[in-house]
Design a protein around this ligand. Sequence first.
Ligand SMILES: Nc1nc2c([nH]c(=O)n2[C@H]2C[C@H](O)[C@@H](COP(=O)(O)OP(=O)(O)OP(=O)(O)O)O2)c(=O)[nH]1
Length: 135
Amino acid sequence: MALVVGGAVVRDGRVLAARRTWPAEHAGRWELPGGKVEAGETPDDALVRELQEELGVATTVVRWLDGAQQVAGGRHTLRAALVALADPTAEPTPVDHDELRWLTADQLDPAHPEAVDWLEPDRPFLPEVAAHLAH
Ligand SMILES: Nc1nc2c([nH]c(=O)n2[C@H]2C[C@H](O)[C@@H](COP(=O)(O)OP(=O)(O)OP(=O)(O)O)O2)c(=O)[nH]1
């Protein structure tokens, strides 16, 4: 079973959401950018590598969020971390995703009119992200 790591990139009271383009059942839905931890990598190293590949920016892991979710029909486990941009003026650009959006804490509430359609496994992490943004 692989560990999948997702990064909640935080800047100026907002968190970055990324819209997937593949596979078909995930296309158009939103996630925390990231991917699978490779052999010999720590979760921190994997997350920094994936965010560099997918967003073109250097990041640092702030802290891991509580909990873990099963993804890919139970084949993998998803963990998520709060992440900061190494250079706050650097602008993430989507390499694998077709849209990026900076969301406020309010927009992480599923009832908000500007909420995005998160992949199900990401949803349990969002209240902790929102609480962090609110501080
Ligand atoms: N990266 C990421 N994957 C997620 C999230 N939520 C979620 O259910 N997933 C699922 C989708 C995939 O089944 C799996 C990770 O796939 P991925 O495509 O991001 O991993 P990867 O970049 O290492 O891709 P690959 O080339 O090894 O296929 O986890 C999330 O927030 N971020």
